[in-house]
Design a binder for this molecule. Structure first.
Ligand code: ACO
Length: 320
């Protein structure tokens, strides 16, 4: 037994902020941002919370899958920007949906969070522990950016993507995931104020801090190997895969991965021009856009792959 995606949905924060908008509030330009990243604009949340974005994406995925909330037995939200320390975002979404038969928990694996969640659902379904699961990637990253650090804050956006996975004979064929906590120190967010009156808290540590070049090197060194591993395991040639749906961090990273695999960029659809990097939400948002454009047919093989803070990474080969 494995799991098959039977519905997708997404929901972006309403306010769109272009590179030109950013250049009015910081020393940057459309030329600098677009040429280095492929990003033109990003959705930024004002009133919207992570729970709200997650719930809206979940409702769209459930409608697409024709599954009712009561039929779900598992909800996982991948996020690093839950509205609360506790309860988990998955529990808040469960309450909003009225999915009271579902177990619910969050996974924090940053930009690889959706892949870690998919792998977890795969394992639950292989073990016969879940029949219908909802996976949501949801982020309001604008809340944890250092808006005085132009090299980081221009990269990210806010939104959510969701999929419904059903236990099935076909679907997910192979998964790979990994972590490297040593190199992970290059991308951090120490976003937890210490409330202990005996301890002085350094508030400068509360926002995202990133060594961009270290992240870049990590991504281009780990992602091709992770994808090749699942292709070799399943005797699949890179050209047998219709689309490679990768985390939308940076166009140049995707170009290097495509080169390593010997595959043309036509097979790497993107959303980053209008979404920026929405961490755990980027892959399900991309998948939803690809589905809504009618680009996938039953039986197509696709690879999903995510990488990010931790450092963490994960890849999955599936038959649509
Ligand atoms: N606008 C204008 N100039 C800028 C900006 C900006 N927004 N940001 C930095 N600069 C300047 C720097 O100050 C520096 O100026 P200097 O040479 O006078 O000192 C110059 O541009 C070059 O800065 P670098 O940091 O060396 O720029 P680089 O070419 O490495 O590009 C970038 C930075 C785009 C972040 C790149 O390192 C990258 O793509 N890294 C991947 C990281 C990533 O995608 N992270 C996403 C989050 S993690 C994840 O999702 C996996």
């Amino acid at each position: 037994m494995t799991g098959r995606i039977i519905g997708t949905g997404s929901f972006l924060a309403k306010t769109r902020v272009t590179n030109d908008d950013l250049s009015k509030i910081m020393d940057t330009s459309d030329e600098w941002i677009y040429s280095r990243t492929g990003i033109k604009e990003r959705p930024i949340a004002k009133e919207e919370t992570t729970t709200y974005l997650a719930t809206m994406a979940a409702k769209a995925a459930l409608a697409d899958a024709k599954v009712t909330p009561e039929e779900l037995d598992l909800i996982i939200v991948a996020t690093v920007t839950n509205d609360f320390v506790t309860p988990a975002c998955a529990c808040a979404v469960q309450a909003e949906l009225g999915a009271m038969q579902a177990q619910a928990f969050d996974i924090n694996a940053a930009c690889a969070g959706f892949m870690y969640s998919l792998h977890t659902v795969y394992a639950y379904m292989q073990a016969g522990l879940a029949k219908r699961a909802l996976i949501i990637g949801a982020e309001t990253l604008s809340r944890i950016m250092d808006w005085t650090d132009r090299s980081t804050c221009v990269l990210f956006g806010d939104g959510a993507g969701a999929v419904v996975v059903e236990a099935s004979e076909t679907g997910i064929l192979a998964c790979d995931q990994g972590a490297d906590g040593v190199r992970g120190k290059n991308l951090t967010c120490m976003n937890r104020t210490n409330n202990n009156p005996l301890v002085q808290t350094d508030t400068r540590l509360q926002y995202v801090k990133m060594d961009g070049q270290a992240v870049f090197k990590f991504a281009v060194s780990e992602v091709p190997g992770s994808i090749k591993k699942i292709l070799e395991e399943t005797n699949t040639k890179p050209e047998d895969v219709k689309y490679y749906l990768l985390h939308q961090a940076n166009l140049r990273i995707l170009q290097i991965v495509a080169k390593h695999l010997g595959i043309s960029m036509d097979r790497f659809p993107t959303t980053m021009d209008h979404t920026g990097n929405i961490s755990a939400a980027s892959i399900p948002i991309l998948l939803d856009e690809v589905c809504k454009k009618g680009m996938l047919n039953r039986g197509d093989k696709i690879v999903l792959s995510g990488f990010g803070g931790g450092f963490t990474w994960g890849s999955c080969l599936m038959e649509w």
